[in-house]
Design a protein. Sequence first.
Length: 94
Amino acid sequence: MKSELVLGLHPVRQRLSDAPVDALELWVLAGREDLRLREVLKLAARAGLATHSVPRHTLDRLASGLCHQGVVLRCRASERLDEDALPEVLAADG
């Protein structure tokens, strides 16, 4: 199974809201406690997701130096579509 990482509070929150069954694992910055993170942790708990509290250097390594805002989510890779799939997607939406 291919997986991908989602970085940052808003993208992680959105992914957990839209597709919680695709979430596999969540890493959060140890010691961070704020409203936005609590919301992400609630969504993760509802999804029965394994959550790891880790030091910043672990998140930096996972994110390959990209901005993560103290949150990294591993999830099943999304299906990538191109413009050839557009008619089928639009027809499915009704």
